[in-house]
Write a protein that binds this ligand. Sequence first.
Ligand code: GLY
Length: 327
Amino acid sequence: MSNRRDFLKLSAIGGSLGLALSHIKSISAIEQKQPTGPIVVSTWEHGLSANEAAWDVLSKKGRAIDAVEKGVRIPEGDPKVRTVSLGGYPDSSGKVTLDACIMDENMNCGSVAYLQNIKHPISVARKVMDDTPHVMLVGEGAQQFAKEQGFVEEDLLTAESKADWQNWLTSGQAKKLINIENHDTIGMLALDAEGNLSGACTTSGAAYKMPGRVGDSPIIGAGLYVDNEIGAATATGMGELMMKTVGCHLVVELMRQGASPQEACKQAVLRIANKLENFEQFQVGFLALNKQGEYGAYCIQTGFNYAVRNVNGEQLLDAKYLLEDKI
Ligand code: GLY
């Protein structure tokens, strides 16, 4: 245990020095050789098709905020993506409850939490941002607002998700509420041709969560943050840990201090791991994009990948992870 602690402390100390981070940034910038121009990055493999929809906006010189909204609607409407909206895993009572947020280059943001039966929560969040004086609507109020805005209610619990939930109820797994594979949120960050950043994040949350549970994804600063001067970050994995560290705001602030996107994500993961004896049991992943179009990601466990789309085409990249660096 002491070896693990020493490793984590050393890593954190190295990354907490502004000078060290500036050094890391310059290395990263040389290595990445990013093309200039628009770029979109998204969490997980389902980010590939989401990025394609976003790229349709970005490649026509559209706004990043429109790109991220259009992009994440793809997994929201895809019943094969089991962790986002239609077809998403329900809570322990069988209800599919949705969390989403969106943020633009002018610090405008909108968010919904514990929304049900609306296939595109990201577009409700966008309406909160554009058409209300508020940032966040939850539960019944969010539902009412969505209906007033013309969103149609539909049952999002597919036969497949219902069967899995019923199996979970009867298979004796019902106590195991959290594991490392059931939080595959889509988080998307985009830089447009004007050089403006925006982000979106949407999820059905942790599978079989307690009724009423809201995760990090609709919380500005935890599941998503955008500062148009510096960069943007989004997160996936066990939301409670991003909420406890306001993780995405932290990533952006580390980039402000000179960290490259990947180093900033790593330091945010270390902030969590340093405070958690059993961090190996959880997955947390951060994805970041800076104002220069450089990107990076970092997580605890192997298995987190992210999709990148720019003028060079599309890529699916494996994130670096803490348990690998520890070896
Ligand atoms: N990161 C998604 C959640 O924990 O709900």
